[in-house]
Design a binder for this molecule. Structure first.
Ligand code: NAP
Length: 304
């Protein structure tokens, strides 16, 4: 079994930065990522608030952070953690490929997309429905698309799809967006129409998505819109399932609870990034990853 000082679960901005800091402290660390390194940051069309970069795509920023981290340790992609246990003062991590024993664990597993949970959604995922405009937007150039949601992600999807030549409309359940003001201003400037106070009730099609039924909650009327694509951005759910089996506390929303040193209630287990909730920004995830790695380092040194 491979022995490490730190196993880092998840290779988003938090995990990758934790890797850089752990590596620089001379710790033997490894990052395990169930998919590809970069996490949700990869799909941000444009990042305009990461210090040092006036404007950079999420993909490019995370590639740079990933390359930086790779200089310090192995990053195992497509390696999913299946089990975490505490045993004889060690943390045992079992993946679909290997087993690891570590002195400490940093959980930086991020979040996943929340689904709408309406009829037709599962059926048309990948056949007109997407959660990622950067990945799939180009398939809908020149076609009618609907973006569902009122947060930063929905606003960014709408703007990106508009930029690449889709005919975009947004639908939001309230009468104002939650997205930051600069995004709202851009949406207004671009003239992207918004269907207010409305929710998606049903998604219809045959082989591909063809239309969507929306319900106006104020006027109490239903309308069927013909669309070729639908981008859903109605928030995120924390990927905190590693927490429970080792007794790490989560809050009512499922986010891992940490102190200011990114320590959880379980000794030698830390959490960083979106999985801890709070301000979901790449810069915050990076900072939490750095703090988590330094805390793990200090705790290991104290016990030596
Ligand atoms: P979010 O901020 O939680 O917004 C989710 C949106 O979906 C809200 O407008 C919400 O409506 C709506 N919604 C939730 N459940 C719904 C349902 N069942 N049916 C219809 N609408 C529903 O999520 P997000 O936009 O994915 O962003 C996630 C986090 O990442 C946020 O903290 C965000 O600030 C951050 N983020 C930041 C940036 C950036 O800084 N540029 C970019 C992307 C994401 P209500 O408004 O009525 O609640």
């Amino acid at each position: 079994m491979e022995q490490y000082d730190i196993v880092i679960a998840g290779a988003g901005p938090a995990g990758l930065t934790a890797g850089i800091y752990a590596g620089r402290e001379g710790l033997k660390a490894i990052i395990l990522e169930k998919a590809l390194k970069g996490g949700m940051g990869n799909v941000a069309p444009l990042v305009l608030n990461f210090p040092g970069f006036k404007s950079i795509t999420g993909l490019e920023l995370l590639k740079r952070i990933g390359d930086h981290a790779s200089g310090y340790m192995d990053i195992k992609e497509s390696e999913e953690i299946q089990k975490v246990e505490k045993m004889d003062g060690k943390i045992m991590v079992t993946t679909n490929k290997n087993e690891y024993a570590a002195k400490s664990l940093i959980i930086s597993t991020g979040t996943k997309y929340r689904e709408l949970g309406v009829p037709g959604e599962q059926e048309f995922i990948g056949k007109g429905i997407s959660y990622c405009s950067i990945c799939d937007g180009m398939f809908f150039r020149g076609k009618e698309v609907l973006v569902v949601g009122g947060g930063n992600s929905a606003a960014e999807h709408a703007l990106h799809l508009n930029d690449i030549g889709c005919k975009v409309k947004m639908v939001h359940r309230r009468d104002e967006l939650r997205a930051q003001k600069y995004l709202q201003d851009k949406i207004k400037k671009e003239g992207i129409p918004i269907v207010w106070n409305s929710v998606v009730k049903e998604i219809k099609g045959d082989t591909f998505l063809k239309s969507v039924v929306i319900y106006d909650r104020v006027r109490d009327v239903e309308e069927e819109l013909d669309i070729a694509g639908m981008f859903i951005a109605v928030g995120e759910i924390p990927s905190s399932q590693l927490a429970g089996p080792i007794g790490v506390e989560i809050d009512r929303g499922g986010y891992i609870i940490t102190d200011k040193d990114q320590k959880t209630n379980v000794p030698h287990v830390y959490a960083a990034g979106d999985v801890t909730g709070g301000l979901k920004q790449i810069i915050v995830a990076c900072a939490e990853g750095a703090v988590a790695a330094e805390s793990a380092y200090n705790d290991i040194k104290m016990e030596e």
